[in-house]
Design a protein around this ligand. Structure first.
Ligand code: ATP
Length: 438
């Protein structure tokens, strides 16, 4: 198996070679901090989001979903504290030929990563929000921000959701969507980017329930990654020290993954008290308190916020799935994705692409499977090569149609991880694959 440093290079190379992730606007030299998901990447990332949605919305009784706009009233960001406080410290390299900008906490040995210089300006705060303007006039009244997190879209809709769904505490609202941050030093592939997708939950409860709900969400979010195949030894929880916490927060725990570049945050679960709703009530002048339907008592619910990144999760699933082995003196690269995450579940392959009977049967099988199994038909190379290509994108099963299939109505099913092959009657194929893919 690769060394850690190699591993990242190999995953990045495979991501490009096999159409998972491309650099944004590559033909123009690329744009730093932005990435495009290719044909397999888009399927993988969508599966990650769907698995999250299923787990936190569909499989629970106490959650609903939301899809708020990226652009929000600018007062939102005053209330949330982002305009005043959402900043990283930044230094400039003093070498006039370089003038690189960095976060001082990310400098190794106080050395400029671009030119090796050791002299920097004094650290100063740099707001990470990306600004734009709406409407025809470009004055201060037209300024809006590209949201730096999806969470505020949930808080500002708290009353709308209660009024329209009659939810009682405790309950939560989940949302996925794009967020934007003008990161000073984007890097480590899709780990830190300027445009990314978040998967966020605001879970509202009574103040006295907050600690128990916080603990529950930490366990539930940790298990989600493990259940989808992340190796246990590569995942850990990190409890924030008191001095890392915002003044209103009662606690925060990160789920960290052992990336080749070190243990890094995939998701944070924060116990935020009643800060957010109180702030929005103050800035909007609206009553955002919850009223108990029985006692009629009014109060601000406390909030637990599990906040993860879809791109970071997708990258972790890719790194964790990467597997190499030697088979008959040649290297086999396999992406051992969990079947629910695999971009393609089944590839239907004709053994001889010039045999009309084989091609027709293979295409018929594909068109029947595709109704509820994501599958592809491929005849662009010899079978050995087709298997290797499917292994590299993590396709769970290959179904091969050969001359004998025309007579005995059976096909060969090859398992990705073991490479074992078995003959399955065509009439049982759909049921067989469905059972194995659950
Ligand atoms: P970091 O300390 O790595 O900058 P953060 O603590 O600022 O992250 P949060 O504000 O808690 O991150 O955002 C919640 C989640 O959103 C993160 O756990 C991460 O998965 C994702 N995320 C945040 N910033 C980025 C980014 N620049 N690129 C990709 N994902 C991000």
């Amino acid at each position: 198996m690769s060394s850690q440093a190699d591993l990242m290079d190999k995953v990045v190379a495979l991501a490009k070679r096999r159409g998972f992730i491309f650099q944004s606007s590559e033909i123009y030299g690329g744009l730093s901090g932005a990435w495009d998901y290719g044909p397999y990447g888009v399927e993988l990332k969508r599966n990650v989001k769907n698995a999250w949605w299923q787990s936190v919305v569909h499989w629970r009784e106490d959650m609903v979903g939301l899809d708020a706009a990226i652009l929000m009233h600018p007062k939102t960001w005053e209330a949330s504290g982002h305009i005043a406080n959402f900043a990283d410290m930044m230094v400039d390299c003093k070498n006039p030929k370089c003038s690189g900008r960095f976060r001082p906490d990310q400098l190794k040995d106080h050395k400029c990563p671009k030119c090796g210089g050791t002299e920097f300006t004094e650290p100063r705060a740099f707001n990470l929000m990306l600004k734009t303007s709406v409407g025809a006039m470009e004055d201060s009244s037209s300024v809006v921000y590209l949201r730096p997190e999806t969470a505020q879209g949930i808080f500002v809709n708290f009353q709308n959701v209660i009024d329209s769904t009659h939810r009682k505490l405790s309950f939560g609202i989940a949302q996925t969507g794009k967020s934007f941050r003008n990161e000073i030093t984007p890097g480590n592939f899709t780990f830190r980017t300027r445009e990314f997708e978040q998967m966020e939950i605001e879970y509202f409860c009574r103040p006295e329930q907050a600690l128990a709900k916080y603990e529950e969400w930490i366990q539930s979010r940790f298990s989600w990654y493990i259940d989808l195949g992340i190796k246990k030894e590569n995942l850990k929880l990190r409890v924030h020290d008191k001095d890392e916490l915002a003044h209103y927060a009662a606690g925060c725990t990160d789920v960290e993954y052992n990336f080749p570049f070190g243990w890094s945050e995939l998701e944070g679960i924060a116990n935020r008290g009643d800060y957010d709703l109180k702030q929005h009530a103050k800035f909007s002048g609206k009553d955002l308190q919850y009223q108990d339907p029985v006692t009629l008592e009014k109060f601000f619910p406390h909030v637990i916020e599990p906040s993860g990144g879809c791109d970071r999760a997708t990258l972790a699933f890719m790194v964790d799935a990467y597997h190499e082995e030697t088979v008959n003196d040649t290297l086999r690269v396999v992406m051992k994705f969990h079947p629910r995450l695999a971009p393609i579940k089944v590839a239907v392959l004709p053994l001889l692409k010039k045999n009309e009977g084989i091609v027709a049967l293979a295409k018929k099988i594909k068109s029947e499977l595709q109704k509820d199994i994501v599958c592809v038909y491929d005849d662009t190379a010899a079978i050995g090569k087709l298997y290797r290509r499917q292994d590299e994108v993590g396709t769970v099963f290959c179904v091969t149609v050969d001359v004998q299939s025309l007579e005995d109505k059976q096909v060969t099913v090859r398992h990705r991880d073991t490479m074992q092959q078995e003959r399955i009657p065509v009439e049982n194929l759909h049921r067989y694959l469905k059972e194995k893919l659950i």
